[in-house]
Design a protein around this ligand. Structure first.
Ligand SMILES: Cc1ncc(COP(=O)(O)O)c(C=O)c1O
Length: 391
């Protein structure tokens, strides 16, 4: 059975989750069969994702560079906190959750009623999509961008106004503002953006958010913000003090190294948080142990700093080699790099995989691109060696 037939037969969850663990079912829930003739998935008007050939038993990876994870985490303090708290895991963690909310509120400089927690920011992206589009409307975002919130919005009933990124891959804020109409219920901005790694200027974004959020809520996904050092961008959280209707998402999955432990949050106006609270249980999905891992991680500044420094070192190493090999990558302000390749996508993926390297491949603007996450220096060396030996 080929993969298209497998998808059509409804065996997707059985087979594909083992073969393609990075694929989000929700990402194409509204149109489950949106595949091209090569079996690539349409992610957006501009992006198709190239998938490896289907196998029930993919080889184990020596370098897992396909999900923008932190290769150094969880920090030792977080591991200790999980071990020590597991014994109390028979209890719901309401008080402990409120303590963590208080800590995050203090860090963000807002009162605690501005925070909602979730098991990863994905949970909150999805909740916002559902409450925004239960009665229809449209969502405005860049293309390419991170698809989670947009896919759930579409599945809930939204139409999507996809605004192509500018030539430097930053958000085209002018075009996005022009696309907002009386039926727009949400604007989504991912900064730094995934899968490009590009940033949008903080000054321009403040100007855009200040004006446009008077008409429509703006959701700013800052999953990679801690890694954006050296760019002219920063968090938009300060706009909340000016009563702007913005929602900012942060995650513990990247710089804190807790992707599998699942903690994230949004910061928004209390009325917005209440709107979500009316129909969902904010924070209910977070495990007791995850709350303690998050608290310990916030205090482990040395671990965060080490992650940022190593991420920069590894990125510099990679980009130096890409320069030497003549690859024209997009300057990245995150923990991944996107660059065009000339080898056909499926062959690239399978050649990488045969050496134990997992990456992602996309087709954007009629080119094929590899998105490689920053691993450890050894993992990156393996990636570079494999790339050098490809023809
Ligand atoms: C831009 C962006 N937002 C949100 C997420 C979801 O992160 P999590 O659910 O682990 O917090 C990711 C994950 O890679 C991401 O790249």
């Amino acid at each position: 059975m080929n993969r298209r037939k497998l998808l059509q037969s409804g065996l997707l969850s059985l087979g594909a989750l083992t073969a393609f663990p990075h694929i989000s079912i929700g990402a194409f829930a509204d149109k489950p069969l949106e595949l091209d003739s090569d079996g690539n998935i349409f992610r957006s008007p501009m992006v198709r994702e190239v998938l490896p050939g289907f196998r029930m038993d993919p080889p184990a990876l020596l370098a897992k560079l396909n999900a923008n994870e932190n290769p150094y985490g969880p920090s030792e303090l977080a591991q200790k906190a999980v071990n020590e708290s597991v014994v109390r895991g028979n209890r719901y963690a309401w008080k402990e959750l409120f303590d963590l909310i208080g800590k995050i509120a203090a860090k963000e400089g807002v009162p605690p009623n501005h925070i909602m927690m979730g098991p990863g920011s994905s949970d909150l992206l999805e909740k916002v999509a559902i409450i925004s589009f239960m009665k229809g409307g449209n969502i405005v975002s860049a293309d390419p961008t991170y698809m989670s919130l947009i896919s759930v919005s579409k599945a809930t009933g939204a139409t999507w106004k996809a605004i192509p990124c500018k030539d430097d891959w930053s958000h085209d804020l002018k075009a996005m503002e022009a696309a907002v109409d009386s039926n727009t219920k949400l604007v989504y901005i991912c900064n730094p953006n995934n899968p490009t790694g590009a940033v949008t200027s903080g000054t321009e974004l403040i100007d855009f958010c200040s004006r446009v959020s008077d008409k429509v809520p703006i959701f700013i996904d800052e999953a990679y913000m801690e890694l954006a050092g050296g760019s002219d961008t920063h968090s938009m959280v300060g706009l909340l003090k000016q009563k702007k209707n913005i929602i900012i998402a942060r995650t513990f999955s990247k710089v804190m190294g807790l992707a599998g432990i699942r903690v994230g949050y949004i910061v928004a106006q209390p009325e917005y948080i209440q709107k979500i609270d009316q129909i969902t249980r904010g924070g209910m999905g977070i495990a007791y142990t995850s709350i303690f891992a998050a608290t310990a991680s916030m205090d482990d500044h040395a671990f965060q700093q080490m992650t940022i420094e190593r991420n920069n070192d590894v990125k510099k190493f990679l980009c130096g080699h890409l320069d030497k090999m003549g690859y024209n990558y997009i300057p990245s302000y995150a923990n991944f790099v996107l660059f065009p390749i000339t080898i056909p996508g499926k062959k690239f993926l399978s050649d990488m995989e045969s050496k134990g390297v997992g990456v992602r491949v996309f087709q954007v603007k009629s080119k094929t691109w590899c998105r490689v996450s920053m691993g450890t220096m050894d993992e990156m060396q393996l990636f570079v060696n494999t790339l050098q030996n490809m023809s």
